[in-house]
Design a protein around this ligand. Structure first.
Ligand SMILES: Nc1ncnc2c1ncn2[C@@H]1O[C@H](COP(=O)(O)OP(=O)(O)OP(=O)(O)O)[C@@H](O)[C@H]1O
Ligand SMILES: [Mg+2]
Length: 316
């Protein structure tokens, strides 16, 4: 059907095992042209392994992957022509300048000089890096290095980009620049698959796949994912959060509960009913607390509700 969005990436049943672990377990999803799709999961969830298979640098044990219509196993060169992969540690040359790095990658991808200049000028401007063109890459901040990595990865104007935790450890201003570039690329029809261990970043994607131990837990828009927690999420703070937890963790109606530093986030079956019950319970036990409030669910609430609070995400 012609009115269906065009799938730029299609993964079907992708599976990869290492000697002691099944890193990716029958993973299926697709990413449309113009879409920013987040692969979201804690450390070890299988994000990098998935991206490596899609980039055609690690063969899957089972399953297939197509990028821009090319099978990455049977037609890796075809797929590589259309995609760009920015690994978790992108290989910048620290003793080359910003411009020289861009030139190096443009040559590698066979980009003509005039195209390279236009592209570099536009991207460096979007990245807020126009004045750093002569600076050695080794002398850039962490955030600027990541932005330069993205610029280098984009010199051949790929239809599909695969980014592995591109903003990990990046300062908030550079992260904002980075996301602005991603939105601009998406508006031009580029399909973007980005992994992240920041749950707030998951909320910026058009759609996200939540990964846990190589398996797909959920795949939907952030709004739909949060709507899945129809039950309601409560927030309560206290000067004694551990006593708060001890009192509430076995209360009726709780689906999951996580300590937030100064209190708890609690997923419940029925917020209106449980708030007065929990307040009475805490009052009876003389646990100090501030009023219990119903809050908008976050993707973290959904994740914790599905798999428990053991997973380690990055704090934003
Ligand atoms: N080359 C390898 N050899 C053996 N085990 C591996 C290899 N690569 C990954 N693994 C294991 O596979 C699992 C998934 O790893 P992967 O790197 O894909 O996760 P990730 O989601 O990218 O994690 P991180 O957030 O740490 O980057 C982990 O248990 C990891 O230890
Ligand atoms: Mg990784």
């Amino acid at each position: 059907m012609t009115d269906q969005p065009q799938s730029a990436i299609v993964a079907e049943g992708l599976t990869k095992s290492f000697p002691n672990v099944r890193a990716v377990d029958h993973l299926s999803f697709d990413v449309h042209a113009g879409e920013i799709f987040g692969l979201v999961g804690p450390d070890g969830a299988g994000k990098t392994t998935t991206l490596r298979m899609l980039a055609g640098i690690m063969p899957p044990d089972e399953g297939t992957a197509r990028v821009a219509g090319c099978d990455v196993v049977h037609d890796p060169e075809g797929a590589k022509h259309h995609l760009s992969y920015m690994p978790q540690r992108f290989g910048l040359y620290e003793d080359l300048t910003v411009d020289e790095n861009i030139r190096f990658y443009a040559d590698l991808f066979g980009v003509k000089k005039a195209e390279r200049e236009d592209c570099a000028t536009q991207l460096l401007q979007a990245a807020g890096m126009s004045e750093f063109r002569k600076r050695l890459a080794g002398k850039l901040s962490g955030g600027m290095k990541q932005k330069l990595g993205l610029v280098c990865a984009l010199t051949h104007r790929p239809k599909v980009i695969l980014l592995d935790e591109p903003t990990t450890g990046v300062d908030p201003v550079s992260r904002r620049d980075f996301w602005r570039i991603l939105y601009e690329l998406a508006a031009e029809g580029v399909a973007i698959l980005t992994s992240t261990a920041y749950l707030d970043e998951a909320e910026r994607c058009h759609r996200v796949a939540l990964l846990h131990q190589g398996k797909l837990l959920f795949c939907d828009t952030p709004a739909n994912l949060k709507a899945k927690l129809g039950k309601g999420v409560l927030s309560v703070t206290s000067s004694e959060p551990r006593r708060l937890r001890d009192q509430l963790e076995h209360a009726i109606g709780i689906s999951s509960l996580v300590l937030t530093g100064d209190g708890l986030h609690i997923v419940v079956d029925d917020a209106a009913r449980r708030i007065p019950e929990f307040e009475a319970r805490l009052n009876n036990a003389h646990v100090p607390f501030n009023a219990i409030q119903q809050v908008t669910p976050t993707i973290e609430d959904l994740f914790v509700d599905a798999v428990g609070s053991g997973a380690s995400f990055h704090a934003s």
